[in-house]
Design a protein around this ligand. Structure first.
Ligand code: SF4
Length: 55
C-alpha cells in the first residue's frame, strides 16, 4: 500500500506504481515531465516520464 502523498504533485493516473493509493497525488519527491512532440502545443503533448506501470 502506497499512502504517501506529495501535495505538490497532483495526479490521477492510478495505474502508475508511484500513484498514492488513497489520494490523487504522486508519491515521488520529484517527477520528470517531457514531451513526445517536436513542437508541443496542447497539454496532450506532454508526458510524465517518471511513470512506471503498476505490477
Ligand atoms: S510518476 Fe507521474 S504518472 Fe506516476 S503517479 Fe507520479 S505524477 Fe503520476
Amino acid at each position: 500500500m502506497n499512502d504517501h502523498a506529495n501535495k505538490s504533485i497532483k495526479c490521477t493516473v492510478d495505474s502508475c506504481a508511484y500513484h498514492c493509493d488513497t489520494k490523487d497525488y504522486c508519491s515521488l519527491d520529484v517527477i520528470q515531465v517531457g514531451t513526445h512532440e517536436k513542437s508541443p502545443e496542447v497539454e496532450q503533448c506532454t508526458d510524465c516520464q517518471s511513470f512506471e506501470v503498476k505490477s
